[in-house]
Write a protein that binds this ligand. Sequence first.
Ligand SMILES: NC(=O)c1ccc[n+]([C@@H]2O[C@H](COP(=O)([O-])OP(=O)(O)OC[C@H]3O[C@@H](n4cnc5c(N)ncnc54)[C@H](O)[C@@H]3O)[C@@H](O)[C@H]2O)c1
Length: 257
Amino acid sequence: MKIALIGFGGMGKTVHRIAVERGHSVPVIVDPKASEATFQELSAEVLQGMDMVIDFSLGSAVLENAKICRDAGVNLVIGTTGWYDKMEEVRAVVEGGAAGGTEMETQPAVGFLWSSNFSIGVNMYFKIVQEAAKLVNRFDEYDVWGHEIHHYNKADSPSGTAKTLEKILLSNIERKTAVVEEKLSRRREPNEIHFSSVRGGAVNFAHTIGLDSEADTITISHAARNRDGYALGAVKAAEWLYGKKGFFGMEDFLKFN
Ligand SMILES: NC(=O)c1ccc[n+]([C@@H]2O[C@H](COP(=O)([O-])OP(=O)(O)OC[C@H]3O[C@@H](n4cnc5c(N)ncnc54)[C@H](O)[C@@H]3O)[C@@H](O)[C@H]2O)c1
């Protein structure tokens, strides 16, 4: 594929390396700041001849980028986070609805796939934790807790991945109805799950779920060594999306793998 990259920061650079390793070319790099960029701004013209756009940039740019990709007829993989309040507008653009298309159109104009977490390992981890949570639901001698650590430069806390883990635990363990993310200056209630966050170091991306009884402890952990897993997942998702039209999420891609 000929890939256009939007955003050439930590993720964009890693996606570039992995895409080239997998035999793709990256003739277009759009970034207003990076010195390696071939364009400062996205437009339909710069996408001429491209097969795919992969976007790891800034959430506020995603809706406009989707419109431009739609106009250029180029499929789009979005790894960027922070735009989910615009999900329905973006979907309307992709599917040719009021925000982006004409009434004559019945087929989606382009293929669009988004995920807040493209790491195949993290997505496997979600499924493993879901199965563990179902077991905890059956055996009430087990309590459950969560912990995550990320590099000092991470903007948000807890991580988006921790938020997903919390949802998985709450929706599968009936006796747990709330998560506490702050420091506890009191006893934890039986219906609560305590999920802590630590920030430090340069390359930390790790989550642990603990299942604990009087007799033993089971810990289920995922630790990423670098950004490669996220970038590889995004490039593989782009390969899957090639030639398809419609609005897709990570589950659609994972179903076929
Ligand atoms: N989905 C996933 O698996 C996953 C994994 C890691 C990061 N992310 C998300 O990807 C995004 C980028 O992460 P990062 O670590 O590479 O950040 P980063 O800050 O290192 O890089 C972002 C780059 O985007 C550029 N940029 C800003 N506005 C732009 C625009 N309008 N057009 C083109 N480029 C623009 C910036 O100049 C910068 O170079 C974030 O939203 C992050 O949360 C997602």
